[in-house]
Design a protein around this ligand. Structure first.
Ligand SMILES: N[C@@H](CCC(=O)N[C@@H](CS)C(=O)NCC(=O)O)C(=O)O
Length: 215
């Protein structure tokens, strides 16, 4: 029996992960898109007996991994937290992608990719360099990531949310990475971003996603 055949299909989505920013980002997207999912806790650093099975789903051994069982005979496995965010967005396009208005949707993708490429990527790369003991290179990347977050003050100054006056996947990418570095940001110089951050963190989807991997 394959790994996918073991699921009971009682919930259309299964999200493997643990309490990390990448996994919370994926969970928040499912919550915002109102896609019913169950969580399967998986810690890549202590995978235990489930590792072989898990790597059949995700050969990298990393989390998160999403399984879409909504087409009973054609399950779909998706890795990469930001791909999961986009996939969830595609299930609720008017709500999360501002679909129907080409310019508004392009703005969502612009701001989403801003946070992915200019904030999340250097943050993660800096984290791994620090683990390798290269503090100087780690700081270069961390500083770039933090500067990009500070520059997002102009997004929050111009509109209620990161990509306009309605919530979108850009806010999901942004709030999860800003939460991870919130203690290091100069909030007194970021009044609009501070207002946005407080607002998005009170969303039920954010609250539920941060506790999705507890227990
Ligand atoms: N780019 C991937 C990164 C996935 C990733 O590195 N996940 C971490 C946890 S947040 C992990 O599984 N680390 C274990 C490892 O690197 O072996 C994503 O966004 O999903």
């Amino acid at each position: 029996m394959s790994v996918l055949e073991e699921f009971d299909h009682s919930s259309p989505f299964v999200l493997y992960g643990m309490k990390t920013g990448n996994c919370i980002r994926a969970a928040m997207a499912l919550e915002e898109a109102e896609l019913p999912y169950v969580v399967r806790h998986y810690d890549p650093r202590a995978p235990g007996e489930g590792e072989v099975e898990y790597r059949r789903l995700n050969p990298t051994g990393k989390v998160p991994t999403l399984i879409d069982l909504s087409q009973r005979d054609d399950p779909f496995v998706l890795t990469q937290s930001n791909a999961i965010v986009l996939y969830a967005g595609s299930k609720a396009p008017e709500k999360l992608l501002h679909a129907g208005d080409a310019r508004a949707q392009a703005r969502v993708l612009e701001r989403f990719t801003y946070f992915v490429t200019d904030v999340i990527v250097p943050n993660h790369a800096g984290f791994f360099l620090k683990l390798q003991g290269d503090a100087v290179a780690a700081k270069v990347l961390s500083d770039r990531s933090m500067a990009a977050i500070e520059d997002a003050e102009r997004f929050a100054s111009a509109s209620t949310f990161i990509a306009g006056d309605a919530f979108s996947i850009a806010d999901i990418a942004a709030v999860t990475i800003v939460s991870a570095v919130a203690d290091e940001l100069p909030w007194d110089r970021l009044p609009a971003l501070s207002r946005w951050f407080s607002q998005v963190r009170t969303r039920p989807a954010f609250v539920r996603s941060t506790s999705a991997f507890d227990g």
